[in-house]
Design a protein around this ligand. Structure first.
Ligand code: ASP
Ligand code: MG
Length: 406
């Protein structure tokens, strides 16, 4: 059996943790499996490197940031190979060049295009555990690229797909995917299974457990994932196409504070206005989530929408520079907002989820500022200060004691 095992930064944060991971990989290897290990940078290494760079300038070149950040994963894979070697287990570390893992050229947000499997197979055939750097790739200029924060999950899934692995295990410091963030909702429960679509919504809407592109890729290539703890042997959560258990109405509640609201007030109520606004934002690579347009009055209307807080500055700049084309009376921004979402495949066939969610929010006095829905999610925009209260109330509403939870 060929297994891809990915360990996050907290799972390799220090010597003890590295030895713990090495032991787990060695056990798998000694059972006769072919083992490919993908690692993140140790602990908070990536954060540390970013803040060091920002001491020079708030806008470092993305190419140089990728060059810098890619060092983190190189440290952890070498350490792991050294640790395994100290235990008498044959192991070799490989970086993005050595594999090679080819990506698009977009620094800090690259996507995989192609992964060569020859070198990895060669090392596996030679009887070694192969340890590969997560998060990084190389582009057509032979430069290092990175896949965006949390991108090592995507490396693991991409490798599992390219190698036709029999299993892809994502090890982290929690025991799996929960119905809500256990730090906010202490009685949140671990899911046994979740579908790709639900997981993708949850990952995109703020659940930090998996990189959303890794889920996208797992769905595309049919790679079944297990999310589990590196610190114990609890079973974890399986992410796959269809869940066996009866569909739950709601499988998770997620929140995202990296959200800001922009209101464009008093634009002309005529064709082409929304097109011009959102085309400008798209060209600037700014994704927009919830969009709301007011009813026209006296020939004008308002358009409001949300963007990531980290994109707010750029979005406002684009709008201001192009206001001659947009013709707004004024543009307002509010950073003190957050999204709360419920996600569940069962929603497709059940009316009333929205009203139950709104009732839960009403009961704790939370005001809803915007609403967006898809067939498997409902998202509301609320004041940031209300997030924890709202998540708890919504979770309580939808999560009765239930045999489907482990
Ligand atoms: N080390 C990178 C980060 O901190 C990638 C990862 O952990 O997946 O974002
Ligand atoms: Mg992660």
């Amino acid at each position: 059996m060929l297994v891809v095992k990915k360990f996050g930064g907290s799972s390799v944060a220090d010597k003890e943790r590295i030895l713990n991971v090495a032991k787990r990989c060695a056990e798998d290897f000694q059972k006769g499996n072919e083992v490919v290990v993908v690692l993140s940078a140790m602990g908070k290494t990536t954060d540390g490197l970013i803040s060091q760079a920002l001491e020079f300038t708030p806008t470092p070149k993305k190419r140089e940031m990728d060059m810098l950040l890619a060092t983190g994963e190189q440290v952890s894979v070498a350490m792991m190979a050294i640790a395994l070697g100290s235990m008498g287990i044959p192991a070799i570390s490989l970086n993005a060049f050595q594999v090679a893992m080819h990506t698009t050229s977009e620094y800090s947000n690259a996507r995989f295009k192609r992964i060569d499997t020859e070198r990895i197979h060669h090392e596996l055939d030679a009887g070694k555990i192969v340890i590969v750097t997560g998060f990084q790739g190389i582009n057509k200029y032979d430069d290092l690229t990175t896949l965006g924060r949390g991108g090592s999950d995507t490396t693991a899934v991409a490798l599992a797909a390219a190698l036709h692995a029999d299993a892809c295990e994502i090890y982290t410091d929690v025991e799996g995917v929960y119905t809500a963030d256990p730090r906010i909702v202490p009685n949140a429960r671990k899911l046994k299974e979740i579908t790709y679509d639900e997981m993708l919504e949850l990952a995109t809407l703020g659940a930090k457990v998996l990189h959303n592109r890794s889920v996208e890729m797992a769905k595309k290539y049919g790679v079944q994932l297990v999310v589990r703890s590196s610190l114990n042997t609890a079973e974890g959560t399986v992410v796959k196409e269809e869940t066996k258990v009866e569909r739950m109405l709601v499988s998770g509640v997620a929140s995202d504070k990296n959200t800001a609201r922009i209101a464009i007030i008093g634009v002309k109520d005529e064709p082409g206005v929304a097109f011009r606004i959102f085309q400008l934002l798209a060209k600037a690579n700014i994704s927009v989530d919830i969009i709301l347009q007011s009813i026209g009055r006296n020939g004008t209307k308002d358009i409001s929408f949300t963007v990531a807080k980290t994109d707010l500055h750029d979005a406002l700049k684009v709008l201001e520079e192009n206001n001659a084309r947009i013709g707004a009376e004024k543009v307002e921004a509010d950073e003190n907002v957050a999204k709360v979402s419920v996600v569940g495949a069962g929603m497709q066939t059940n009316a009333g989820v929205a009203s139950d969610m709104f009732e839960a929010l009403y009961n704790v006095g939370v005001n809803i500022r915007m609403i967006a829905t898809s067939d498997i999610r409902i998202t509301v925009l609320i004041n940031e200060a209300d997030v924890d209260k709202a998540v708890k109330a919504v979770h309580d509403k939808f999560m009765p004691d239930n045999a489907m939870f482990s």
